[in-house]
Design a binder for this molecule. Structure first.
Ligand code: GDP
Length: 443
């Protein structure tokens, strides 16, 4: 996602930075390139044109401020405008109204509505709410079953809809069922069609009138680019949507939908789908996405991920133990397991500033998920004594470990070397107050 746009912009700004002083001509030329890059990313024509005009207005004739070089200053203006284009502030759900609140999921067939309903239920459950899933697509029999299975796997209540019922009646009944069942949030998975269809719009309008949703979330497949934007406009016109969820952002969509939909519909992107799994729903942070597009990395998302995964209790215990007993191979293993939980190495690397670019250098080895698995297997093949005292790992023991883990002695040596390197690094850090504790505590 955004990769080729990011590369194009990187080239444009590199050229710009090459000039000591920027003339209006330099900037105009760069902005022509920016406009081309946006259009190639499938950004709406009008949106791209307006974007460049605004940047030009702000970048040309501005005073050179502070320590920023002229080129950097243009990048900053582009960054700020990108944040604006993506929606400015991070948009959240408003679930403060009359309880139980209703969230209505709308969108075309195949956009990811049903999956996203499940993801949203999981996310809200994690925030302490009690969601109730309501299948209201009576035209596609499998739709009800799909949502019911999702609900069961999450341990979330699912309304027992039937295909011979009227969708408006289903939704009305579901509100009553939620009230008596102690649920506080209904998530209605409505029917979709392949194209915008007046009959369907009328039905969605009737559901809206009947249940007064607090949120109407338009779900769109990011891979469909400008089509998603056009359809969003239509849904917004008929239903006044409250926000957008873009799915399949993990794919190689060029990013045009994400960059145009807010400007065109005046409705914010509230979440993005990053995969098929039920965990793969993330809030949409315009500032972080803009930074990522401009190759500034996405350190905040990375830190949040790390914080979500690292078990705080464990980390604190480890910090205490390290102060007393030092860092053993067992601790090393635990760290690796924590890293593995954070997601694929490639995803993590893409969030580190500069790494997204480095990643593409051909001579850079691809991060290897298997490698982590190998390290785990090797440490697992050691005895407890060996794990706690690596000094006893002589040649015989290393051969045995290699056999036991299905690796080679070289692999074993490599693991021990990375461990001892880390040990050295930690020794250097531990002299400083809070150094090591802060590192492992993630605080
Ligand atoms: P619906 O017809 O709108 O209810 O769409 P579904 O929820 O059935 O989703 C259609 C397909 O898209 C399914 O195969 C989903 O697994 C897939 N899907 C949904 N969201 C995402 C996402 O964020 N990323 C990826 N890769 N696939 C997704």
């Amino acid at each position: 996602m955004f990769e080729s746009l990011s590369d194009r912009l990187h080239d444009v700004f590199k050229q710009l930075r090459g000039h000591g002083r920027l003339t209006e001509e330099n900037i105009q030329e760069a902005l022509r390139e920016v406009r081309m890059a946006l259009l190639e990313a499938d950004v709406n024509f009008k949106v791209a044109k307006e974007f460049v005009a605004t940047v030009a207005e702000k970048a040309i004739g501005q005073e050179v401020v502070g320590s920023l070089a002229p080129g950097q200053q243009v990048v900053k203006v582009v960054h700020d405008q990108l944040v604006e284009l993506l929606g400015g502030q991070t948009a959240t759900l408003d679930l403060s109204g009359r309880q139980p609140v209703v969230i209505m999921m709308v969108g075309l067939q195949g956009s990811g509505k049903t999956t996203t309903s499940g993801k949203l239920a999981k996310m809200l459950q994690g925030k302490g709410r009690k969601p109730y899933l309501v299948p209201a697509d009576v035209y596609r029999p499998a739709a009800i079953e799909q949502l019911t299975i999702l609900g069961q796997s999450l341990g979330v209540g699912v309304h027992p809809s039937a295909t011979d019922q009227d969708p408006v009646a289903i939704c009305r009944q579901a509100v009553h069922a939620a009230q008596s069942g102690g649920y506080d949030t209904l998530i209605i998975d409505t029917a979709g069609r392949l194209h915008v269809d007046q009959e369907l719009m009328a039905e969605l309008g009737r559901i809206k009138d009947a249940v007064q949703p607090a949120e109407i979330l338009f779900v769109a497949d990011a891979m469909t680019g400008q089509d998603a934007v056009t359809v969003a406009e239509k849904f917004n016109l008929d239903l006044a949507i409250s926000g957008v969820i873009l799915t399949k952002m993990d794919g190689d969509a060029r990013g045009g939908a994400a960059l145009s939909i807010k400007k065109v519909t005046q409705r914010p992107i509230k979440f993005v789908g990053m995969g098929e799994g039920l965990d793969a729903l993330e809030p949409f942070h315009p500032d972080r996405v803009a930074s990522r597009i401009l190759g500034m990395g996405d350190v905040l998302t990375l830190i949040e991920k790390a914080e979500a995964v690292v078990d705080k209790d464990k980390a604190e215990k480890l910090a205490k133990k390290l102060k007393k007993e030092g860092f053993s191979l067992e601790d090393f293993l635990e760290q690796i397991q924590q890293i593995k939980k954070m997601g694929s190495l490639e995803q993590i690397m893409g969030m580190i500033p500069g790494m997204s670019r480095l990643k593409q250098l051909k001579d850079m080895p691809k991060p290897d998920e298997k490698e982590l698995g190998r390290v785990e297997a090797i440490i697992n093949s050691m005895t407890i004594k060996e794990r706690r005292n690596h000094a006893i790992l002589n040649a015989n023991r290393r051969t045995r470990i290699a056999k036991g883990s299905g690796t080679t002695v070289q692999d074993v040596n490599k693991v021990i070397k990375s461990y001892t390197d880390m040990l050295k690094m930690m020794k250097q850090m531990s002299g400083k107050p809070g150094g090591l504790g802060a590192f492992v505590g993630g605080a």
